[in-house]
Design a protein around this ligand. Sequence first.
Ligand code: GRF
Length: 191
Amino acid sequence: MFASGTGSNFRTIVDSAKNGYLKSKITLLITNNSNCGAASIAKANGIKCIHISRKKFPGLSDDDYEKLFLNALEENKIDFIVLAGYMKKIGSSIIKKYRRRIINIHPALLPKFGGEGMYGINVHRAVIESGATVSGLTIHYVDEEYDKGEIIFQKTVEIEKHDDEYSLQKKIQKLEHEYYPEVIEQVTNYK
Ligand code: GRF
């Protein structure tokens, strides 16, 4: 798994693997932020965590930087990548090697409210400001373009009159925790 933030989705997925709902093993967390919540959750659960960031490895070409990821993935025999709040773009050589084996969750109904800068509370603020009456979550394969890969699953929520970006974020986060493990199980249970 790749994560940069609080790690609430990461935690739910780790728990689903622990309680046997997910058949896959969560072998590795790659993060660009060694102090993030997800890194602590990994540590608490005995999951290997590798920190790769431009700051930690300055001056590398894109190719050499991406090799750090590819080597880590290969060494740990990773066959599927789940992004859960990973804030950096995935390099093209990684996407090429793991085509249709990388998924992401986005807290809105793509193709709307996606793309660069659309993360965290920004997404929900943009949705509320647009006057939309529904929002939701999208789980999609990751390809070379931000938030543009094939959609696997969407779930909508109604936006009520009293909702603001924070209440909407809470509603969607709850759904993310409910559905991400289920969709991961569906797309990884292919053997
Ligand atoms: C989630 O809202 C997810 O949709 C987005 O990043 C957020 C991660 O939250 N890609 P968390 O770190 O799992 O709490």
